[in-house]
Design a protein around this ligand. Sequence first.
Ligand code: ATP
Ligand code: MG
Length: 305
Amino acid sequence: MLIPAPAELARRYRVINGARFRLKDINPSDQWGKRLKPIAGEMLKQGSKRMSQLQERLYAQDRWSLLLIFQAMDAAGKDGTIKHVMSGVNPQGCEVHSFKAPSPEELDHDYLWRTARLLPRRGHIGIFNRSYYEETLVVRVHQNILARQQLPPELVTRDIWRERFEDINAYERYLSRQGVVIRKFFLHVSKEEQRQRFLERIDEQDKHWKFSPADVGERAHFAAYLAAYEDMIRHTATDAAPWFVVPADRKWFTRLVVSAIVIDAIQSIDPRYPAVDPKVADDFKRIKAGLEAEAPARKKKAKKR
Ligand code: ATP
Ligand code: MG
């Protein structure tokens, strides 16, 4: 089977027109008819090589950056996906940041503050494992969190979620105009698959560390979370910062799709190695001649032979 172009996979799972988006149209166990299963290993291997080449050029060009935002329910596979997809990239040009419940210092600022300081610098790939989108998810599902945010009460109105969407859209448009290419992933896992993964985490000692009893508490709000996710995607899927709703019941498939989307994103930047000034190129010849003349006598002789 022919390996599909990354752009084709990206297009399939991209949401840019939020108004028409409905979460029920996406099946968490979709595997695109399983057609990619036999070549998944080869695709991931080639993908990782391609990503590594592209990242090197992104880094050398030092103009654009790539921000990858991951959101999902517990046990959807954010950590594993990040680990696998990024396994080929040079750690020097890539940073991962996880956002948990905000600290008192963070709560003393606007909600974008803590993420703004950690945006990727030019030439880098930045990964947010959860993000400011939690402000429209966990905070919406548990409104007591909102009450603890120290906001002036007159600013907390019925419009708060719409206002947050608006502000996030404006912020992401601003970032995109600054050369930050944004790709947002919702790893869409089903409630049943989550149940099985929780059971695995309890049954296998090596996975105990991944399990927190609080996650089961959140599971009780699964439907409320899905509603919040749907509304969030409907309001914040834009051309400048599209959402990708990635089926997450099959780990191999999630990884394949995310990897293709990341490759497609860097390809769309089309990063190039910076051209060397012709004058500097002339200098290279002179410097090279000098370095060669410095070779120890034995090597010079060996070269003559
Ligand atoms: P993960 O669950 O992503 O693998 P983790 O289990 O290591 O990560 P937790 O200690 O569970 O991390 O922290 C993540 C928790 O922090 C999530 O429940 C998330 O909803 C919560 N969180 C993130 N951002 C916010 C926020 N702005 N306000 C309140 N809670 C938040
Ligand atoms: Mg957790």
